[in-house]
Write a protein that binds this ligand. Sequence first.
Ligand code: FES
Length: 103
Amino acid sequence: METPWLEICTLDSIPLRGCRLVQSPRGQIALFRTAADEVFALDNRCPHKGGPLSEGIVHGRLVTCPLHNWVIDLENGRATGADEGCTRKFAVRLDEGRVYLRV
Ligand code: FES
């Protein structure tokens, strides 16, 4: 059976070019909202040393980790550039201004 979609919040409750944290049985999930109103969900742990990505700067479809400035691709959780590593991503669905997650 497929994991159900869970309604989490409204799009408006996530700051534009910002993040909202969600607690889940699998730890903290960071919901990012881009300037284009896309939403992505990643584990709130940088693949480098576990920095809180939710406190990073969102630019385009990327977030810069606040600890050592690694740049993480919001679409797949991967470190960009010369850095290597990947944080877990979660499926997100937007429907009429509501955000759904599959955890
Ligand atoms: S913990 Fe994120 S860049 Fe080091």
